[in-house]
Design a protein around this ligand. Sequence first.
Ligand code: IPE
Ligand code: IPE
Ligand code: MG
Length: 226
Amino acid sequence: MVDPASHANVHIACIMDGNGRWAKRRGLPRTAGHTAGEENLAEVVRVCAQRGVGRLTVFGFSTENWVRPPAEVRHILSLHKKLFGRVDELNANNVRIQWIGRPFNEPGSRTPAYVQRAITQAIADTAGNTGMILTVAFDYGSRTELVRASRLSAQLGKVTETSIESHLYDSEMPRVDVVVRTSGESRISNFLLWQIAGAKVYFTERTWPDFNVQEIDAALKLIHAT
Ligand code: IPE
Ligand code: IPE
Ligand code: MG
């Protein structure tokens, strides 16, 4: 039995990759892989909350992903509406949901209003929860985040590690303890470049829809390995 208290300060960040390959192997359209991926995320959130994990941050959609075929992008957008709509489950698991990404009011923001509304509503509806913080990175790119943080710091006349940190999309986000990437790719793909300094890295061959409790425990174990 894992002692939940021992993971309270743990921050896991997942690059949820391989939905397309999961579907292809089954002779299904890529969209079916994304649907399965969103369902598995709900399960991973439940398991991590039960393990007493303090923070889970997931890469849902990158600034680079907008170039995918429009029908696939539309499907992924609708799945984010579904994900941010899982308020009952989040509340049942005492999970607070948050979002990082290009701010909606900034030039270049492409997030449709219905997804913006789902995000804002879910954040408000789970704000009172005191357990795990789930942060979804949507329309997120680390370089864009860092350029913005540097610019805002410079406007205040000071560029230091502390000033940059205070202008990241979530200035409260603690450093990541372990980065997970599924589907056999050993790259970071513009995810949390500042926040993962010093993190352990857990790469697995399993595609995201198959990422399971054994894998979560293996990633958690890596944090404490010397
Ligand atoms: C990850 O799965 C989901 C997103 C990037 C939105 P992919 O869609 O990248 O799946 P593969 O890499 O093509 O298998
Ligand atoms: C990274 O996956 C982005 C997300 C998981 C949302 P991609 O499949 O887009 O990454 P690359 O382009 O293969 O590195
Ligand atoms: Mg991919």
